[in-house]
Design a protein around this ligand. Structure first.
Ligand code: FEO
Length: 395
């Protein structure tokens, strides 16, 4: 596939990566992805974003099929992550008259990515830059999903170039949302995993673009959204808006148990934690899929993690559950750990350390029990659960 025309003067000149199966190592890309780069054929020709370094020559060839690279006046860097700037050094080598437009943070990041001087101009939030017969407006959107990010709005064509915002890891060379196969699940997956931790920032930037007449959203990955673009904006708004608080506080108690002893602890803790104002829900991590727990974890008021110790460590299913937290909005959420052990008992402390590293709020010390709990110990577990539940209503 070569290039694709979006409007009279705007072209897609990006790259398709249909075989990619994981993005940034950890995010699944069942249908590959695309790196979208655009050319605006205005009086002052402008490139919006670039592609991964693997595709830099292909990118250059596509641009050269549309324009003499020496004629490019601006290269807009909406965001500096290397899937969009991997091609920048090569492009700037050829496009010797181009000036890089970016936020101040992006300019700083670029210095450490390019390791060479470049002709750059920092654009402020709301600033406009004339392309002669067209006008660009820049809207800062920090933490969509990096601090450097901005959107670029092409006024005459009513196109919002939103970089990672409203993007999807979904490779289909037909590219327009009305031509490609159903990508709604992948659109949601992208939001949950990449934008999910930044919901407050999402709402702030959505507020800035609400007055714009947007006829098309041209993101940096996946389908170009030209069929009712407001539908996608509304989806981001709905997914980012805090849900009304539940009448009862919810505590999720994750556990993994080899011989049933940590499970007994979990049940006793749940009993103690179930009070008039709290609901405690047990989850056997060995039989639960972390992906399906994402929403519940985010909406829970408190999280407890239990694991027995095996070879000086917690057991894999509980790590799988904890590992998903990095991509969730969970900073400051109250938590604690528990578990049984035979002789060394490192699991509870290791889990606690990881939770602290993820900036959760550990509200009580680990509860660890040697081998199997007695009735008396189970009472202690129940009190532990009660204390945790009480911590949710205190500050
Ligand atoms: Fe598609 Fe944050 O890079």
């Amino acid at each position: 596939m070569q290039t694709l025309q979006l409007t009279n003067d705007v072209y897609w000149a990006g790259a398709l990566n249909s075989t990619l199966r994981a993005f940034d190592i950890v995010f699944q890309t069942k249908f590959g992805s695309t790196y979208n780069s655009y050319l605006i054929q205005a009086d002052k020709p402008t490139i919006i974003d670039g592609v991964h370094a693997k595709f830099k020559q292909e990118h250059l060839d596509k641009l050269q099929s549309l324009i003499n690279l020496k004629d490019i006046c601006y290269v807009v860097v909406n965001h500096t992550e290397m899937d969009h700037t991997g091609s920048l050094a090569l492009l700037l080598k050829q496009a010797t008259n181009a000036q890089v437009l970016s936020t101040k943070t992006a300019a700083l990041f670029l210095k450490n990515i390019l390791h060479s001087g470049f002709n750059g101009k920092v654009v402020e939030d709301g600033e406009c830059v004339s392309l002669g017969n067209k006008q660009l407006q820049f809207i800062h959107a920090p933490f969509w999903h990096w601090p450097d990010t901005m959107f670029t709005y092409l006024q005459e064509d009513a196109i919002l170039f939103s970089c990672d915002g409203f993007a999807t890891h979904f490779c289909d060379e037909r590219l327009f949302d009305d031509r490609v196969d159903d990508f709604s699940e992948d659109f949601r997956y992208y939001f949950e995993h990449i934008m999910g931790p930044f919901r407050k920032k999402i709402l702030e930037a959505l507020d800035k673009i609400k007055q714009l007449d947007i006829q098309m959203i041209a993101p940096s990955h996946g389908p170009i959204l030209r069929t009712n673009p407001q539908k996608y904006i509304k989806a981001y708004k709905d997914w980012s808006t805090p849900k009304p608080s539940q009448s009862k506080k919810l505590i999720l108690i994750f556990y993994v148990s080899i011989y049933g002893n940590t499970k007994k602890m979990a049940e006793a803790i749940a009993k103690g934690a179930s009070t008039v104002s709290t609901e405690a829900k047990l989850v056997d991590a060995a039989n639960a899929c972390p992906e399906y727990m994402r929403c519940e974890i985010e909406s829970a008021d408190g999280l407890l993690f239990g694991s027995s110790t095996m070879n000086g460590d917690a057991i894999k299913p509980i790590w799988d559950m904890i590992n998903i937290l990095f991509s969730l909005n969970i900073k400051g959420k109250k938590c604690a750990t528990f578990g049984t052990y035979g002789w060394s008992g490192e699991a509870t402390k290791l889990m606690e350390d990881r939770l602290r590293g993820l900036k959760l709020n550990v509200v009580q010390p680990p509860l660890k029990i040697i081998f199997s709990p007695t009735e008396e110990i189970l009472k202690k577990c129940s009190i532990y659960g009660y204390d945790f539940a009480k911590s949710l209503t205190s500050f």
